[in-house]
Design a protein around this ligand. Structure first.
Ligand code: DUC
Ligand code: ZN
Ligand code: ZN
Length: 465
């Protein structure tokens, strides 16, 4: 047999091209593109469908420690199941540095959690919470050399926030090793100040989460992060950008020739701070950081995607159950928004939302969709061209989409561990009907294909940005 599988007659899309032809797969890789391919064990009819590189969601959180008494709603099995259902073939979660353990030990613990459980491929970013001599001088360079080639730092949060000196010291290691740094840009002291003020006024409901971290707080930190990267002469990814002012800081830096990349997420396209106003604690379902903003900010994020200021569209999947005292209804959360677990699920909703709101409604073309959901993630995080594109020799990581299929997003079709989706009720046109990881069909027509999970850990090269 020439091929294991042929995908016949679909519209094959890459970040650059759109062409109707057959695609032949052998040994988990794309072996041929052309017309009239034959001789395969399995033939998939894709006429009238898009054949896209599988989505790569380079920003998800899985089984990450989230504070006393709080438990994330997804383990590696449930998050990667949800990812596969949503047309993804790879996710990149984070390994959070623990204060009392060597980073290598922590990374190995995440590997053990993931091993044999994943329905799509995975690779890990690191989160640097304590950039001491041991970490910066030894652990981090060794981990980068072993394929953990990107790490995130935070400018806010107790126990995570790094000051400017620490960020500079960490950037020096990025410069030395070639690793790529990602940054959560919000001003810690301003958030602390406003949180205390709001609490004193009795403004403690989930809605005030947004008021405790308004746009200038993100803009200032974005500007400072860019300046620190400029002085350090390193590239930087600003993750989860939510508004025009931060976007304009990034646009200016890019126009100056700085290697600043940026990401936005579905919550900044379709949610607003009004969603956090729900009765009782309902607003907690939408609490994430940066918070959803307003309609004008949504417009700005679309503009960022259309003009290439944002090259990455990720979910920032960070799921907590709602009706659960280990989740959004943690008892302390009723006393103040400050204690509401921060994050929302979205790994399955990311692609249908962007396909429908972007491609089906004519805001972006299908090639841009592929670029911002797959190809740029692979390029940015050292996986290209093995991942993120459709080309002979690349892994057969493929999602087949029915561009005409209409669906309503609901918790039932997310298949994650959370008991709600913040995108409940959103009607979409365009839906993934098949997901294939290295030639293995893992999802077909909204159902997981039975069998052992095929997802595997992927070591990464240095970034190509
Ligand atoms: N930042 C993230 O990237 N995810 C969840 C919460 C946060 O602050
Ligand atoms: Zn963050
Ligand atoms: Zn995140």
């Amino acid at each position: 047999m020439t091929f294991d599988t042929i995908i016949r007659g679909g519209i094959i899309v890459t970040a650059a091209d759109t062409v109707q032809c057959d695609l032949g797969i052998r040994n988990g890789r794309i072996a041929a593109l052309g017309s009239g391919l034959s001789d395969a064990g399995t033939v998939i009819d894709a006429r009238g469908r898009y054949v896209l590189p599988g989505g790569i969601d380079s920003h998800v959180h899985i089984a990450q420690p989230s504070g006393p008494g709080i438990v994330m709603a997804d383990d590696f099995e449930s998050c990667t199941r949800s990812a596969a259902m949503g047309g993804n073939t790879m996710v990149l979660p984070f390994c959070l540095q623990e204060t009392d353990a060597p980073m290598r030990q922590t990374v190995n613990a995440y590997h053990r959690l993931a091993e044999g459980k994943c329905h799509v491929d995975v690779s890990f970013h690191l989160i640097i919470a304590n950039p001491d001599e041991q970490m910066l001088g030894q652990e981090l360079p060794a981990l980068v050399a072993d394929g953990y080639t990107s790490f995130k730092v935070f400018m806010t949060y107790d126990g995570l926030a790094l000051n400017d000196m620490q960020i500079l010291e960490t950037m020096a290691v990025a410069k030395e090793t070639g690793a790529l740094m990602m940054i959560h840009a919000e001003n810690y002291d301003m958030i602390r100040f406003l949180t205390a003020k709001l609490e004193k006024q009795g403004d403690t409901a989930p809605y005030f989460h947004g008021k405790s971290r308004p746009i200038p707080i993100e803009r200032e930190a974005t500007h400072r992060a860019i300046t620190l990267a400029e002085v350090s002469e390193v590239p930087l990814v600003v993750v989860h950008v939510s508004n025009r002012e931060a976007m304009e800081e990034i646009r200016r830096a890019q126009a100056k020739g700085l290697k600043i990349k940026a990401e936005t997420c579905p919550q900044y396209l379709v949610l607003t701070e009004e969603d956090m106003k729900g009765l009782n604690m309902e607003g907690a379902k939408y609490v994430c950081s940066p918070p959803p903003r307003d309609k004008a900010s949504q417009q700005a994020c679309w503009e960022g995607l259309k003009t290439g200021v944002f090259t990455l569209f990720s979910s920032d999947h960070c799921p907590f159950r709602y009706d659960d005292t280990q989740g959004k209804l943690a008892p302390k959360g009723r006393t103040s928004f400050r204690w509401v677990p921060n994050g929302i699920p979205g790994v399955a909703a990311r692609l249908p939302i962007l396909f429908s709101e972007g491609v089906s409604k004519g805001r972006i073309d299908i090639n841009t969709f592929v670029a911002v959901t797959a190809t740029n993630h692979a390029r940015t995080y050292g996986l290209y061209p093995r991942k993120g594109t459709i080309a002979v020799g690349s892994d057969a990581d493929i999602a087949i989409w029915d561009p005409k299929k209409t669906m309503t997003i609901s918790n039932a079709n997310q298949h994650h561990g959370a008991d709600y989706t913040p995108y409940e009720g959103i009607k979409v046109k365009g839906w993934p009907v098949l997901t294939m990881v290295r030639g293995n069909i893992v999802m077909k027509d909204g159902a997981l294909v039975a069998g052992r999970p095929v997802g595997a850990y992927q070591s990464r090269q240095l970034s190509r940005i």
